[in-house]
Ligand binder design. Sequence first.
Ligand code: FAD
Length: 505
Amino acid sequence: MNRNDQIRHVVIAGGGTAGWMAAAALSRLTGNGITKVTLVESDEIGIVGVGEATIPPIKTFNAMLGIDENDFLSQTEGTFKLGIEFDGWLRPSHSYLHPFGAYGHDINGIRFHQIWLKQCQSGFAVPFGAFNLCTIAAKLNRFARPSRDEGGAMPPLDYAFHFDAALYARYLSRYAQRFGVSRIEGKIKHVELREDGFISALQLENDLRISGDLFIDCTGFRGVLIEQALKTGYEDWTHWLPCDRAAAVPSGRIDPLLPYTRSTAQAAGWQWRIPLQHRTGNGLVFCSGYISDDEAVATLIRNLDGPQLGEPRVIPFRTGRRKLAWNKNCVALGLAAGFMEPLESTSIHLVQAGISKLLALFPSCNFSALERDEYNRLTALQWEQVRDFLIAHYKLNRREEPFWRACSDMGIPETLRRKLGLFAGSGRFFRYEDELFVEPSWTAVLLGQGLIPENYDPLVDTMNDSELQRIMMNMMSAVRHAAENMPAHADFIRRNCASTRIKEI
Ligand code: FAD
């Protein structure tokens, strides 16, 4: 590449979670002495400030930045997450966990859940969760990081984090600025376009003009660059993911400190509960066609487990995605790229995935259309795969309220219809092109939502039943034993990553 074609200035618009994640990851570009990274944020507008639960790949992002996990958790009031408990999603009083990590081990190349399905049909009635370490540890309220010599009969544990979103943005902001990113405070009032439609500069209300080669739009739902300036367009998914508002409020910390997120179905949506070291994050995601903001806030408050802290905030949103995540010389990340509601805590991950793809396809000033198309193709695929997983939770409910009836009656994308059909027949599952949620996740949610396959893989019949039952009993007791030997979640945090701001947790 000609040195003159090199991107010299990356401008990030927006300093929420997405903006600072991008800034932290792109700060490494400044090492060559040629490329500059500048982030513009507006204190007056602020950040959305929710988004406190993550999924396991965030550990890869932290590792890429060289972040010390204990320091990160202590500074963001973070806790560990072993999965999500879904209460009342199939019907009231029913509950299941979508844990991280595998269930059992495949045997002779045959999927463990297929073996379990056959044993169930022969009356071997052990719950599927008994073979998953995160499930049992979560039930016992225990946590420990997986040890290197784990293995043998036991499936490995995996984990993610809960953290305070505002503290996370601040943590990454310090990191990025330490590694050379410049921060400018100010409100963007105008986006300058060149004749070919590419962005040339941002004009701020304080009369600063910031020119650049590559622009990253992290301005949240506003999409100041990608939508307001470039008119990229939005693909609406509200007919499949109909919730369009969230009411959020923190409450006091409650004991015991649970190592998982709780999602409780309510009459016209669902309520999250996210345990942090210093408080609990709560929110009701709901569909405005079925309840008003006032009713939603009343439901949220009625179902808090601890004392309410502060006033509830209502956040409107529209599920869907930007038609092009990368348009001209602008890449949208975070809420500017779209939103699929927080049911499986995927938004922060999609920011991370967008950054990884951008680094893999980092452009020159020539902006290859082929590379841009590849970025957009991969992004669309990943968003659609996550979308299908979320829709499955709604589609398979058997609740009676009008909102839930409408969800079970709705049409679904062909890609999901095929997936559900394959699973309902003989528990088959195929992972397509780097799909984020893999077999254990789909199996947990589909079984949890009551989709029990009619049959099992006929290859299981080639194996000896009593031998299989012996192996399964060994797995089950290894899982139980490992979980029982872990410390309580709060004790683990106290010893390893207690907040520097609070003494007692
Ligand atoms: P924002 O936080 O809105 O930041 C936008 C930034 O742009 C701000 O700095 C703002 O000042 C700046 N800005 C905007 N306009 C201008 C302007 N004109 N000039 C200058 N600056 C400007 N994700 C998860 O992974 N897990 C979760 O559990 C989760 N829960 C969520 C719950 C809800 C109800 C919602 C709505 C989202 C949730 N998310 C979750 C998503 C998560 O909050 C976002 O992905 C994440 O916070 C990223 O937000 P953002 O940085 O894109 O936008």
